[in-house]
Design a protein. Structure first.
Length: 260
C-alpha cells in the first residue's frame, strides 16, 4: 500500500506478522469485528499522515502463505524473509523499498493509535534521531519505534544475540553511545493496561472493546479506550494477569544459552 508522500524522507511502516505464534497460533488473521486482526492494523497505520508506504513483513514458512495472500488481495506490499531473524527481515524489507526511516509495527496491535504513531514519527524527524520510540508507562499494544536506515543497517551488521535478532531494537537500546536516540512519553501510570494480542484472554478483551467502539469508516483512539475502561473498569480484569513482553523475556533466556 502506497500512501501520499508527506515528508522528504521515505518513511516506511513495516508491520511484522507471522502465523506461528505459540501462545495464540494464527492470531494475526483471527477475526475481530468482522475483519482479520492484520486488516485493522493496516487500516489504522494507513491513517497516519507522515508514513509514505506500508509493508507487511512475514516469513518464508508455508504457514505464512495466508498472510501473503491477504496482502495480495488487499494490494498491500509484502516482503517474506527469515522467520526467527526479524532484524534481517526488517533490514531486507527496508533495503528493497528504499526506506530512509523505518516505523516498526507489530501485527498483534489492532488498537494501535495512528495519532500516537504520527507523534512518534514527527519526534524522530524533528530531532534528527536515529532511533525514537514510544516509552514510559503506556498501554501494551500501542508500541511503535522509528529507526533510520543507517541504524538498522549497523544493527543488522553488528547484533549477534538471539534477542537482538528477534526483536530489532535491543542492540540499539543497549548501545546509546552509537545512536542518537529519543523517546516520547505521553502516558504515565498506564503500564498495567494490555491492549495487545498474545493470549486467548487478549482476544476476549479486544472483542469487548471493539464491540463497543469499532464502527466502519471511523477510528477509535487510545483516549476512547481509556474512557471506556473508566466507564467499565471490570474489562481490565479479562487479561491483566498476563506477563508483559513475555516473548522478549524468552529471547533473553536464549541469549544465556547462546553465550554458553
Amino acid at each position: 500500500m502506497i500512501l501520499p508522500a508527506v515528508a522528504t524522507l521515505n518513511v516506511v511502516a513495516i508491520i511484522q506478522a507471522r502465523m506461528s505464534s505459540t501462545r495464540l497460533p494464527g492470531k494475526v488473521l483471527l477475526p475481530l469485528a468482522g475483519k482479520p486482526v492484520l486488516e485493522h492494523v493496516v487500516n489504522r497505520i494507513a491513517q497516519c499522515s507522515i508514513i509514505g508506504r506500508i509493508v507487511v513483513a512475514t516469513s518464508l514458512e508455508p504457514s505464512d502463505d495466508p498472510i501473503e495472500q491477504w496482502c495480495q488481495k488487499h494490494a498491500v506490499a509484502c516482503y517474506r524473509g527469515s522467520l526467527h531473524d526479524v532484524l534481517d527481515r526488517y533490514y531486507q524489507a527496508a533495503l528493497l523499498y528504499g526506506a530512509d526511516a523505518i516505523v516498526r509495527i507489530t501485527a498483534d496491535c489492532p488498537a494501535i493509535d495512528p495519532t500516537i504513531v504520527d507523534k512518534v514519527v514527527q519526534g524522530f524527524l524533528d530531532g534528527g534521531y536515529e532511533f525514537f520510540g514510544l516509552a514510559g508507562e503506556f498501554p501494551d499494544g500501542l508500541d511503535c519505534t522509528v529507526f533510520s536506515f543507517s541504524a538498522i543497517e549497523r544493527t543488522w551488521q553488528d547484533a549477534s544475540l538471539p534477542s537482538e535478532r528477534e526483536h530489532v531494537g535491543p542492540y540499539i537500546e543497549k548501545n546509546p553511545n552509537l545512536f542518537k536516540s529519543g523517546k516520547l512519553e505521553p502516558f504515565s501510570g498506564l503500564g498495567h493496561l494490555r491492549w495487545t494480542l498474545d493470549e486467548p484472554q487478549d482476544l476476549t478483551f479486544l472483542q469487548e472493546v471493539f464491540s463497543r467502539l469499532y464502527r466502519d469508516n471511523t477510528t477509535f483512539l487510545a483516549e476512547d479506550v481509556l474512557a471506556l475502561l473508566e466507564r467499565e473498569p471490570e474489562l481490565i480484569n479479562i487479561n491483566n494477569t498476563i506477563i508483559r513482553n513475555e516473548g522478549y523475556l524468552k529471547s533473553l533466556q536464549s541469549d544465556t544459552e547462546h553465550d554458553v
